[in-house]
Design a protein around this ligand. Structure first.
Ligand code: GLP
Length: 250
């Protein structure tokens, strides 16, 4: 596991953009695993800027998002499809049909999960998976549980996640209670994993996930089992973990 510490949020976004840009240059038809939440927004802005400057071409890139709320159609302003359109896809030259997000309104969510896993496989798997981290250690919507789900699955959101995400909705009661998410196993299959964390509020869970026991009760701890994980943290988020993991000089 490599820890890269930048002075601030803007710094981790630029470093993450460097890693994504290098991958797109290396393989213009790469498969990117994308995430939502507030943490990746600055990265997406950096990628848009580089595209506008002519430094990036998304025409052959394919993307798979981690998760989607159940019950929200793609045109709902709080759906993750809508988030991705507004924060990235509408501003770069990625073909819409190259962007995959589970459907939140599938009649049969279990079947939608199998379809999604098969799609990822058929595209050759994910080259770089981007992750944020929830305050309870969730990645995607893999919530604390007594086991690590392997593939994409229907999940019930933890109360703390519903509360945290209610900031994007008019009220807590409007936050969907369920979601479809890639599983811990799907995430571990990615060739490279990039986890971004920003702010003091993430310091404790970041440290516990990366240096504590591997347990499904702290879902992000499963990342300790992957051979190529890069943690991109700003000074505030890295304040505890850097006492245990030496930051890389990059
Ligand atoms: C959501 C997403 C996660 C994300 C998390 C943290 O619940 N499903 O993928 O990592 O929120 O969000 P933020 O970056 O806003 O702290």
């Amino acid at each position: 596991m490599k820890l890269i510490v930048a002075p601030d949020y803007a710094g981790i976004c630029e470093k993450a953009a460097d890693i994504f840009a290098a991958e797109i240059h290396r393989n213009p038809a790469c498969v990117l695993g994308l995430a939502t939440g507030s943490t990746p927004v600055g990265l997406y802005q950096a990628l848009i800027r580089r595209y506008q400057e002519g430094a990036l071409d998304f025409s052959k890139v394919q993307t798979f998002n981690l998760d989607e709320y159940c019950g929200l159609a793609g045109d709902h302003p709080q759906s993750y499809r809508y988030f991705m359109q507004k924060n990235l896809f509408d501003h770069v030259n990625i073909p819409l049909e190259h962007t995959y997000i589970p459907s939140g309104i599938a009649d049969d969510p279990e079947q939608e999960c199998r379809r999604y896993d098969a799609l990822i496989e058929s595209c050759g798997g994910i080259d770089i998976q981007l992750l944020g981290i929830g305050h309870n250690g969730h990645i995607g919507f893999n919530e604390p549980d007594d086991h690590f789900p392997v593939g994409s699955h229907l999940t019930r959101l933890a109360e703390s996640t519903i509360q945290a995400n209610s900031r994007f909705f008019a009220s807590e009661s409007e936050v969907p209670t369920h979601a479809i998410t890639m599983g811990a196993g799907s995430i571990l299959k990615a060739k490279k994993i990039l986890l971004m964390a920003s702010g003091e509020g993430k310091a404790e869970i970041l440290c516990r996930s990366m240096t504590g026991p591997v347990t499904p009760f702290v879902p992000a701890s499963v990342l300790q089992l992957h051979r190529d994980v890069v943690i991109l943290a700003d000074e505030a988020a890295a304040s505890l973990i850097r006492k245990q993991i030496q930051p890389s000089d990059e």
